[in-house]
Design a protein around this ligand. Structure first.
Ligand SMILES: Cc1ncc(C[n+]2csc(CCOP(=O)(O)OP(=O)(O)O)c2C)c(N)n1
Length: 626
């Protein structure tokens, strides 16, 4: 067995001495390492396997210790991490001891930004390019963006600017015809037409065509007209970004390392905004992922041998919140023809794929366009439909203004199923859903709810789809409690007592009710009976219940899986102040004012004192002080 090429790579500079054959072997070794690691740790598989050759070619062509490489989203940066000195830490991918699943400058100077949301790469790359241009450093900037992310508003805003600014910038369009699901929209169709164009795959041939079509025998002009000059004419004139000021090349085969090196080498010499359209295959090299790239976009741990996903024993028999919400929604949609569902490129993650199968004519996947998703919902609602937007808390941040302008200000009946609300585990800080309570609760007219169990979820969803104004229902990336915590029917703005006691009270929000009940149970040994209520609503808040608790209990602890600032506990404090009663009795458990790094969700909750152990400790301390 020859020594692995990867063993010779300490930094990208070590790529310089390698032959074309060695580069090919290196790419295979990296693919194997990625597959092995994701099989053990979980992570983004299909996109990463697709960009290995491109990553090798980029690092061989540029010196990103000096130049800049920005990965859009950043979920496809594994080969980049392996090549930039993080091979060992990569073994602990997405665990507290290992590298994160996204770029992070704290890990390496080869990462310019912490990223995780789609569509930002061209903006940040253009900013860097403008700064480098002003400083005359000669550093070059490259952004790699997928065909899914390119259709996001932010990316198009940046392309619009870059095409006009004329700054040196290479945008590599990594076209694999997929976002997480198949890429949707008119831009995707445009790219399909370009892929089918005869120019596919051979930029060099195009350049020679240009040379060959020069006046025959005109040797002088032929010799002046070099390859580089001809390159300027070998653009793809019908490319929409060509019309917007980019010089566009390709499509080229993103798995032909030699071809990529040749093209990148030539393009490196060009000034101004350049777009290279590269075609790659998601899941390349691992058959299950190549055959089903959607299922393997983000993988749970699996058996490398056959791709069999390993069962999550802890969750056995329990539904995720996503699954439970979709069960209810699909049932409601049978009875209410007005219900329509919208996703921004997350049909699988949001669970709405089940709605889509049942009611394809009432389902809209708008691509990675959260702002548009919310605007579209407003229009549909104004037109008499009842839109339900299934979206992650973190991605809805993109559409904050639409929540105000298009929804709240109009008072339109749109339901937001705010998934992955709270700490999300291994995806880490870019993906935590910590701010939705704060960004919803000041919007006039919104009802903001969080279920503690399945019954509450069903009751809330029914009320929300019947309501005359906007609703948000938040739930975490977790499993629904196996048993009902309360039987009491859900009524707007009303909390529910789930445990009686007079030694203090916990007012818990949503999924925090279950650990609060468990913690209260532990205090019985200490002779303290703590009352627990499921708050159910952040807005409107149950001020009657709050007034009772403040008059009857020695202390009230609010608990939420959300940022403390502006969160549920803040709402309770404000309400207590307005009531003129007992604000000093209120204590808050919430996620602190800090970045919570990637880890298991259970560990993150424990780190914030939000698990049963942490809450029991907090309650014990409050009971002792009282
Ligand atoms: C603003 C935002 N919305 C949604 C997502 C979830 N997401 C992560 S990767 C991805 C697909 C990206 O597709 P593409 O840009 O084509 O890259 P590929 O995975 O195909 O390489 C999506 C929708 C996100 N990261 N950011």
């Amino acid at each position: 067995m020859p020594e692995p090429v990867l063993d010779q790579i300490e930094s990208p500079r070590d790529l310089q001495g390698l032959s074309a054959e060695d580069l090919g072997r290196l790419a295979s070794e990296i693919r194997a390492l990625i597959t092995r690691t994701v099989a053990a740790r979980g992570g983004h598989l299909a996109s990463n396997l697709g960009v290995v050759d491109l990553t090798v070619a980029l690092h061989r062509t540029y010196d990103f210790a000096h130049d800049h490489l920005i990965w859009d989203v950043g979920h496809q940066c594994y080969a980049h991490k392996i090549l930039t000195g993080r091979r060992e830490a990569f073994g602990g991918l997405r665990t507290a001891a290992g590298t994160s699943g996204f770029p992070n400058p704290a890990e390496s100077p080869y990462d310019a930004f912490r990223t995780g949301h789609a569509g930002a790469s061209v903006s940040t790359a253009l900013g860097l390019a403008l700064a480098e241009q002003a400083a005359r450093t000669g550093a070059r900037t490259v952004a790699v963006i997928g065909d899914g992310a390119l259709a996001s508003g932010l990316a198009l805003e940046a392309m619009n600017h870059a095409g006009d600014a004329g700054t040196d910038l290479l945008v590599v369009l990594n076209d694999n015809e997929m976002a997480i699901s198949r890429t949707v929209g008119a831009l995707a169709r445009h790219l399909t037409r370009l892929r089918a164009a005869p120019a596919y795959g051979n930029l060099k041939r195009d350049v020679h065509d240009v040379l060959d079509h020069m006046p025959m025998g005109d040797l002088l002009s032929r010799s002046i007209h070099t390859f580089k000059d001809a390159l300027k004419e070998a653009v793809v004139p019908e490319h929409m970004f060509e019309r917007l000021g980019f010089r566009c090349y390709g499509p080229v085969d993103g798995h032909d390392i030699e071809g990529l090196l040749e093209i990148l080498g030539e393009l490196k010499g060009l000034g101004g905004p350049v777009l290279l359209h590269v075609v790659t295959e998601k899941g390349r090299g691992f058959r299950p992922a190549a055959e089903e790239p959607e299922a393997w976009h983000s993988a749970s741990p699996f058996r490398e041998r056959n791709g069999q996903v390993l069962a999550d024993t802890e969750a056995a028999g329990r539904d995720t919140w996503t699954r439970a919400a979709l069960d209810e929604l699909v049932a409601l949609a049978e009875a209410d023809e007005r219900l329509v569902a919208i996703t921004a490129a997350m049909p699988e993650g949001s669970g709405l794929v089940r709605f889509a199968h049942r009611h394809p004519d009432r389902f809209f996947d708008v691509g990675i366009c959260e702002q548009h998703a919310v605007g579209l919902a407003a229009g549909l609602a104004r037109g008499g439909r009842r839109p339900v937007v299934g979206i992650y808390s973190t991605f809805l941040q993109r559409a904050y203004d639409q929540l105000f302008q298009e929804i709240a200000l109009q008072g339109l009946p749109v339901v937001f199923l705010v998934d992955r609300a709270g700490l999300v585990g291994a995806d880490g800080p870019t993906h935590h859903g910590l701010y939705d309570v704060a960004y919803f609760r000041h919007l006039p007219g919104f009802t903001v709810a969080a279920p503690a169990d399945r019954g509450e979820l069903a009751g809330m969803l029914r009320l929300a789809t019947e309501a005359e104004g906007p609703w948000a229902i938040r739930y975490p990336r977790d499993h629904v409690p196996a048993e009902a915590l309360t039987e009491e029917a859900v009524r707007p703005g009303r909390a529910a007592m789930v445990r009686e006691g007079s030694g203090g009270a916990v007012l818990a929000l949503g999924a925090c009710v279950a650990p609060a009940i468990e913690a209260a149970g532990r205090l019985v040994e200490d002779g303290v009976e703590v009352a627990v209520a499921s708050a159910r609503f952040v807005r409107p808040l149950d001020t009657d219940l709050l007034a009772n608790l403040l008059s009857e209990q020695p202390w009230v602890l609010t608990v939420e899986d959300a940022a403390a600032a502006g969160g549920f506990g803040s709402a309770v404090l404000e309400a207590a102040e307005a009531l003129g009663a007992g604000a000093s009795k209120i204590h808050r458990a919430a996620v602190g004012d800090e970045i919570v790094e990637h880890d298991r969700r259970a560990a993150q909750l424990a780190g914030q004192g939000l698990d049963a152990d942490g809450l029991a400790e907090r309650m014990r301390a409050l009971a002792e002080e009282a």
